[in-house]
Design a protein around this ligand. Structure first.
Ligand code: NDP
Length: 472
């Protein structure tokens, strides 16, 4: 008889935790999963406060452009108005439905679901506290062979005067009333996405970024192109712009900027990065090594310095993306319990991660930026096209699309693929397979386009716009 109640105890019901729990249970392991936010937390940030509600609001915002564009095609429409309360209600109902789907998936897989806050007592013991109707709490200790911490992250807001007046992506979905004037601080995924979404929904949006250009880490040309497109759409994008203080005033909030200017806003959204969720987990007591902001340090098998304790996903603050957490979870389960019958063990790979920023227009990318390519290849052929998509010939919108390929001249391999334009994410997903398979420019050239589409541009780029030498 085993000394352990469970083979795997997962702390956190987000993307990585749920996937690990389900896969391990399907492999025959005895698995428990604890979620501190109760059933409403199942699915984690992605489902409850991230990717999914964000994308629903993105769809809502995109109708604004569609209504506008339709006029160029002969549709006579009166000015549509947004029922913000209805959108919030319908989003909340959909998220609740998804929480239920996650619960069913876990229960059907045979995972024991424990709703309460979990804390490590020692290297093999987790206590889960449950709050009762009379306000009391009890703690139940569970023994597990392996413990997986998959608690995700939470928005990180720097210290400044008036910090208590600002909101984060956790609160933005349920703002009441709709913010007529929104100031967004940050220049990463979340700042750019919400600035663009709320602009589409009808708010007057100012995006404040402290650096030279938004979306640091993306291809420089993509960053500049997106900033220009956001501005063309009517967003007030201010670079090298920092906040000194936020004050509540009679007509909302006053945002004092470093350059002496001040803005008025109904809401100020800080999207200045995320910090790992490690508070109250008992990591210190067990001696789990942590890095900056408390991120759990793991090896290539997601093992911490405490051999029975593992961690993956955002709590390790490596690549904060749902598909990465899912891949990590499957690799961990294969490592701990063996791969599915007849299959080789999976490992998480961190090269060629396709990613998108759901702005209007969208950004999507896979592979190296031009800057990275020039650090790794002797000669890089750059193919690009900037054009007005067919859709906007009649819509009258001035939107342009950017497609860009980076090719290692020596091997002819396509090492980077970037797009800014409508449906960029849907298009780049397919090309990510080509890059993973090692496609060369010759393979792209030999591929027929689907005409007329935007995506065909990627296979009809004939002459390089530039041939660049490695930076010495
Ligand atoms: P990011 O790390 O992407 O961006 C943070 C931004 O805030 C940067 O522009 C950064 O500037 C700025 N910043 C940081 N600290 C300060 C400060 N003290 N004052 C002013 N500005 C500051 O974080 P996000 O919060 O946008 O998103 C977190 C992660 O979530 C992303 O990295 C991504 O992995 C994931 N995500 C993915 C999405 C997707 O796949 N579509 C959508 C949303 C999130 P600087 O560049 O100068 O450091």
């Amino acid at each position: 008889m085993s000394d352990f109640d469970f083979d795997l105890f997962v702390i956190g019901g987000g993307s990585g935790g749920v996937r690990a729990a389900r896969m391990a249970a399907q492999r025959g392991a005895r698995v428990a999963l604890a979620e501190a936010r109760g059933l409403a937390g199942l699915g984690g940030t992605c489902v409850t406060l991230g990717c999914i509600p964000k994308k629903l609001y993105r769809y809502a915002a995109d109708y604004a452009a569609a209504f506008d564009d339709a006029r160029g095609y002969g549709w006579q429409t009166s000015a549509p108005t947004l029922d913000w309360s209805m959108l919030k209600r319908r989003r909340a109902a959909e998220i609740e439905r998804l929480n239920g789907v996650y619960e069913t998936l876990l229960r059907n897989a045979g995972v024991t679901l424990l709703l309460g806050h979990a804390r490590l007592l020692d290297a093999h013991t987790v206590a889960v506290s449950a709050r009762h109707a009379d306000g009391s709490t009890t703690q139940q200790p569970w023994r597990a062979r392996h413990i997986l911490v998959a608690t995700g992250g939470t928005p990180h807001v720097p210290h400044f005067h008036g910090r208590e007046h600002v909101i984060t992506s956790n609160e933005v979905f349920d703002l009441d009333p709709f913010p007529r004037r929104l100031v967004v601080v940050g220049g990463g995924y979340i700042a750019c996405e919400f600035a663009s979404i709320f602009h589409g929904l009808g708010a007057e949006v100012t995006l404040l970024y402290r650096g030279e250009q938004i979306l640091r880490g993306f291809d420089d040309e993509v960053r500049h192109f997106l900033a220009a497109e956001l501005a063309r759409e009517g967003l007030d994008v201010r670079l090298r712009s920092g906040v000194v203080a936020v004050q509540r005033v009679a007509d909302g909030l006053r945002v004092q900027l470093e350059d002496g200017a001040a803005l008025r806003a109904d809401a100020v959204l800080y999207a200045t990065g995320r910090a790992p969720n490690v508070a109250g987990l008992g990591l210190d007591a067990v001696g789990v090594a942590q890095g900056p902001l408390g991120a759990i340090v793991v090896d290539e098998h997601f093992r911490t310095n405490v051999p029975s304790v593992y961690a993956l996903g955002d709590v390790t603050a490596r690549v904060q993306l749902t598909p990465v957490a899912l891949a990590e979870a499957m690799a961990l389960v294969d490592h701990l319990f063996g791969p599915p019958a007849g299959a080789p063990p999976r490992s998480a790979r961190y090269d060629l991660i396709p990613t998108a920023v759901f702005t209007y227009p969208e950004v999507a990318t896979v592979g190296w930026t031009q800057e990275q390519a020039l650090q790794r290849c002797d000669r890089v052929r750059v193919y690009r096209s900037v054009f007005r998509p067919l859709r906007h010939t009649l819509s009258g919108r001035g939107a342009r699309t950017l497609v860009k390929l980076l090719v290692d001249d020596a091997s002819d391999r396509v090492v980077g693929l970037h797009m800014v334009g409508t449906e960029a994410a849907e298009i780049v997903q397919g090309f990510a397979v080509a890059l993973r398979a090692g496609a060369t420019k010759a393979d792209f050239d030999a591929t027929l386009g689907i005409h007329p589409t935007v995506a065909e541009e990627f296979v009809t780029l004939r002459e390089p716009a530039a041939v660049l030498q490695r930076l010495s």
